[in-house]
Design a binder for this molecule. Structure first.
Ligand SMILES: [Mn+2]
Length: 254
């Protein structure tokens, strides 16, 4: 299963074991089938069955991320970002994080779950973080977090938002994490924990496209829940431009 690999790898992380609502573990395989028409990517797939094994699962992902150049990860729940960052922070100094998410996932809980992963990123890895579109219980995060407000993003030009993001990155290496619940549920509802408000799909497509031109060291896209999509996968169809962009970038980026 493990390959020491200098070229870029796509990790399909099938895990929803710390989520209240199940279903995101089914996402990676469905997304993979959509993307694979011309599949030349090196791939690894990891699954977890229950909550008890989520710690082992994180350790397994951390090890995979140590041995491989995981350019793109497709989830699964957001917890999977943590072990990837643990491995990446060892390899890359001055790493920064750009996060699209309706939730801050930074509740000060002692055990790392998808509710607390960014609290642990801050506590254990000390990585600077910039949140985009975060709007749920912001006051309950571990401290003052930098947020680019979704209403500002929607009312201003793409250039305005992109400049804010560039100012934060400031030419440092950065990792991009996209939780699909950043999108407005009136346009995209196939997530486990939708929050009213949020980015339009159109704006998100453009912003991700611009950010990828800055060539992040790695990226993930998480929390697509096929159980909340229609039989025709209408929701997934809407976000395919984002997925295709990420996929293409991961193949070209090397
Ligand atoms: Mn979220």
């Amino acid at each position: 299963m493990l390959h020491s690999n200098i070229s870029s790898t796509i990790l399909y992380a099938c895990c929803d074991s710390t989520s209240k609502v199940m279903g995101t573990a089914l996402g990676p395989e469905i997304i993979r089938n959509k993307l694979k028409n011309n599949n030349i990517a090196h791939e690894i797939k990891v699954s977890v069955k229950d909550k008890k094994s989520s710690f082992d699962y994180c350790k397994q992902i951390e090890r995979i991320a140590e041995l491989n150049n995981i350019k793109l990860t497709i989830g699964g729940e957001h917890l999977i970002t943590f072990p990837i960052l643990v491995a990446m922070a060892r390899k890359i100094s001055k790493l920064k994080l750009v996060i699209f998410d309706a939730h801050h996932d930074a509740y000060p809980y002692p055990i790392s779950t998808h509710y607390s992963l960014f609290y642990h990123v801050w506590l254990e890895l000390k990585l600077p973080m910039f949140f985009i579109g975060t709007r749920y219980e912001v006051e309950r995060s571990f401290g003052s977090i930098s947020i680019l407000d979704w209403q500002d993003i929607e009312s201003q030009s793409t250039r305005w938002s992109f400049e804010k993001i560039c100012n934060f990155i400031d030419n440092s290496p950065f990792y991009l994490s996209i939780d699909l619940d950043v999108l407005n549920p009136s346009q995209f509802k196939a997530v486990s924990a939708p929050v009213p408000g949020g980015l339009s799909i159109k704006k998100c497509i453009t912003l991700v496209e611009e950010i990828l031109k800055l060539n992040p060291v790695g990226a993930d896209i998480v929390e697509y829940n096929p159980l909340r999509d229609g039989h025709d996968l209408e929701m997934l169809e809407k976000i395919m431009p984002i997925l295709s962009n990420l996929y293409q970038w991961s193949l070209n980026g090397g």
